[in-house]
Write a protein that binds this ligand. Structure first.
Ligand SMILES: NC(=O)c1ccc[n+]([C@@H]2O[C@H](COP(=O)([O-])OP(=O)(O)OC[C@H]3O[C@@H](n4cnc5c(N)ncnc54)[C@H](O)[C@@H]3O)[C@@H](O)[C@H]2O)c1
Length: 363
């Protein structure tokens, strides 16, 4: 049942800017292979079948603006397509309730709009906007630590029937209570916490699994991440990081033959280095033992553009959410969540999750 996929975005930051600029990049370069998605077509849907019909943010320089202009507003820094060359659309950015979205380190960069409107008042306008624009899927790109805001948007999905793609580590699709509510309403959700294509956690969990499957014993492991965008600046606030650490750590732990003690594993965003911009650096180490108790260790340094890393995965999540809508399937979409997200309701190995996704698409 292919057609247009109408998507609303919550959080018009660097991730969404990279997603929409990447689609425009491929529109201009049709002979180029689209890199970073499962298949060009998923049940008939390609990357150019997606329309971004509305956005929601709190930044005073984004709210009220056309969506394709808001993506260039600071503190966003993705500029793969020059601003003046980005084709216009009718989609606009509306105000969302700030709730716990803006942390102490970023508030002087995001500059939340001071409209004085309550969440209830905004909810009326949001429901109306979703109805009028026909948004059938909401993608959340809220900052890490936005647990209350995530619950607000999950509630909006339950009220409007929009599917939810939760790219952040506030647990909705993996929370049994929320999962049941989505199931009862027959609304699909995919989450939580988007994986990178070749991101820090996927590299770490793949190598940890390799060491386990080759029969070695892993004794200690760490993964340190640094970056220079507002995502990393926000994560300097340790209290906002609790679920991010759980999500990333469990993603690695789930691949080990034997779980490590809490003191033997450290996985987490670690610091903000302004001049890195959207470049993320990951430093990973695994220490273990082989035959005759002889020690070994490995170290990996990964250097990636974190926004290019996640966009293709989100495109797949959007298309899989639409396939679930087409087929009347509600609740957490397990194969899609296990393949695309760090903290799904059910962890699988990456090859198993990919095979389950292919089966899901094939129906
Ligand atoms: N590879 C990746 O980039 C990756 C991987 C996994 C998860 N994520 C997560 O995706 C999310 C988005 O990342 P980003 O780099 O775009 O972040 P960002 O800081 O660039 O953008 C966040 C946006 O959310 C807006 N915002 C803040 N509070 C809000 C609220 N209450 N309602 C609506 N909008 C609000 C901000 O104004 C900003 O525009 C982050 O949580 C990040 O950790 C990213």
């Amino acid at each position: 049942m292919a057609g247009r996929i109408k998507v609303g975005l919550v959080g018009i930051g660097n991730c969404f800017s990279g997603l929409i600029q990447g689609i425009e990049y491929y529109r201009r370069n049709p002979s180029q292979q689209v890199i970073g998605i499962i298949h060009d077509k998923l049940a008939g849907y390609g990357i150019h079948d997606i329309d971004f019909v509305c956005g929601f943010d709190v930044g005073e320089n984004k709210v009220g603006r056309p969506l394709v202009e808001a993506i260039y507003e600071p503190p966003n820094m993705v500029d793969w397509i020059p601003r003046e060359e980005m084709p216009g659309t009718e989609a606009r950015v509306f105000e969302g309730p700030a709730l716990d979205g803006v942390g102490i380190w970023v508030e002087n960069r995001v500059k939340p709009v001071q409209s004085g409107r309550s969440a209830d008042d905004l909810a009326d306008e949001i429901r109306r906007t979703i109805r009028e624009t026909g948004a059938e899927i909401l993608v959340s790109y809220l900052p890490v630590g936005s647990d209350k805001a995530s619950e607000f948007w999950a509630g909006i999905c339950l009220e409007t029937g929009a599917a939810f793609v939760n790219c952040i580590p506030s647990f909705i699709a993996s929370d049994p209570g929320w999962a049941r509510r989505f199931e009862e309403k027959g609304i699909p959700c995919i989450g939580d916490d988007i994986k990178g294509q070749v991101g820090a956690t996927i590299v770490h969990r793949t190598l940890a699994r390799l060491c386990s499957e080759r029969g070695t014993r892993i004794e200690k492991t760490y993964q340190i991440n640094v970056g220079g965008n507002t995502d990393f600046l926000n994560m300097k606030e340790q209290e906002r990081l609790v679920s991010k650490r759980i999500s990333k750590t469990e993603s690695v732990q789930s691949q080990l033959a034997e779980r490590l003690d809490d003191d033997s594993i450290y996985v987490g965003p670690s610091d903000f280095i302004p001049f890195l911009g959207n470049t993320k650096l990951m430093f990973m180490r695994i220490e273990g033992r082989q035959w005759a108790n002889i020690p070994y260790n490995m170290e990996v340094r990964l250097d990636v553009d974190d926004k290019a890393n996640s966009a293709g995965i989100v495109i797949d999540a959007i298309r899989l959410a639409r396939i679930a809508l087409d087929r009347g399937i509600g609740g957490p979409i397990r194969p899609a969540s296990a393949y695309l997200m760090k903290h799904p309701i059910e962890q699988m190995s990456d090859p198993d999750a990919k095979a389950a996704c292919e089966e899901f698409v094939a129906g």
